[in-house]
Design a protein around this ligand. Structure first.
Ligand code: MG
Length: 168
């Protein structure tokens, strides 16, 4: 088994929506980012890459690369999901905690879970998304940005032996 953890934060800037878990949520501000700034999917990608010991999202999708300007982060997630398969791992579950004072995230959690499950090719009951405010404490609490923590578990897949994971 392998566990991986991820964290991402983005500041709010000009705009009228945020993208979280692939869901467009109306807001009085946007997110400053090279891609679509989806902290939920960025944290999840980092957790997946972390579990596989394959570095981080910045190495795989550098923000200096114009290909990723304004990119839909679901492309990043699908890429990381494909790596799980290629590397011979089997996805077990993911658990995400979104930290945002604003906007309200709760009503969108089911759709986020569905998007993630679709992109990883897993059942929705393998994906959990939680949301919390930070009780108006700190920069996140002042509504200056939003963040997400993610953790994932991978198990040995059917082809784990040939990829050298057996018994590790
Ligand atoms: Mg990010």
């Amino acid at each position: 088994m392998r566990v991986g953890i991820g964290y991402d934060v983005h500041a709010y800037g000009d705009g009228d929506h945020v993208t979280l878990g692939g869901v467009r949520i109306a807001h009085t501000r946007g997110v400053i980012a090279h891609s679509d700034g989806d902290v939920a999917l960025h944290a999840l990608c980092d957790a997946l890459l972390g579990a596989m010991a394959l570095g981080d999202i910045g190495e795989h999708f550098p923000d200096s690369d114009p290909r990723w300007k304004g990119a839909d982060s679901r492309r990043f997630l699908r890429h990381c999901g494909a790596l799980v398969q290629e590397q011979g791992w089997r996805f077990v579950n993911a658990d995400l905690t979104i930290l945002a004072q604003v906007p309200r995230v709760g009503p969108h959690r089911l759709l986020m879970r569905q998007n993630i499950a679709d992109d990883l090719g897993v059942r929705i009951d393998c994906i959990n998304v939680k949301a919390t405010t930070t009780e108006e404490l700190g920069a996140l609490g002042r509504g200056e940005g939003l963040a997400c923590q993610a953790i994932v578990l991978l198990a040995y897949g059917d082809n784990a032996h040939q990829n050298g994971h057996y018994g590790h």
